[in-house]
Design a protein around this ligand. Sequence first.
Ligand SMILES: [Zn+2]
Ligand SMILES: [Zn+2]
Length: 292
Amino acid sequence: MVPEAVLNTGGLVEGAFKEAATAKVTVQNLRRNISILSGAGGNIAVLTGPDGMLLVDAGIITAHPHVSEVLASINRDPIRLLINTHWHFDHTGGNEWMHEAGATILAHENTRKHLSQPTRVEGNWQYTFPAAPEGAIPSIVFKDEHTLDFNNTTLMLKYYSPAHTDSDISVYFPEADILHTGDTFWNRDYPFIDYASGGSIDGHISAAEANIAKVTDKTIVIPGHGAVGGKADLILFRDVLVEIRDKVAALKRQGKTLPEVISAKPGARYDAEWGNLFQNPADFAALVYQGV
Ligand SMILES: [Zn+2]
Ligand SMILES: [Zn+2]
């Protein structure tokens, strides 16, 4: 067996741990009793009220002190319920401390599966995540849909078909008309596609279509990464994925190698704006190339 230190040669995950340790976490009220925290990894939605705090996603583990501080600036209520949009470390890293602080964790059954065992991520992550500690593992899971009431607010959870991973869910707040898409939507950043845990470019595009179908012009959309947006941003995201997928597929059909496809710059129109977060233009072209 190869030691973990050898497997985890990728700097992306280590870099994210380091960055989140010092990044500033900010809070923004969206509508009614729902806010988001940004800067801790994936965007975290916070629902407040008489039942205590409910969070959608938990950030990167190293952001813990900053997340705690910002939550305390909202109010001192305990975190009662935590929903994970999928299993990735930048959305579940806070699971253990939030559970210890009293939160029950709810997620798709494949989030529990991936957190319960060592899971390898390829692409530009090149990282093997060990099984999460007991307290970090969701105790309530579902398969297709799950609706609940918390803080006099309805939450509708829905599983996507495999898209970014095989564990992605959306969380919709109908009274406030706010949709949290998890990492099926990145607002002006190229998405990561986790093929090793069931993701694909075509699945990502199907999820993008599903998100567009779910919203109106009035819906507030919380992406996994990037600024809060709306329907027009979901449409742009879908269009960017489709355009790059089609270009890369055509080049691959012509027999072009991956380095040749990267040199052809299939995302030239978007690279300067979209290639600055986890995936640079070459990383994203490689992720698409793998799936066409
Ligand atoms: Zn993420
Ligand atoms: Zn993710």
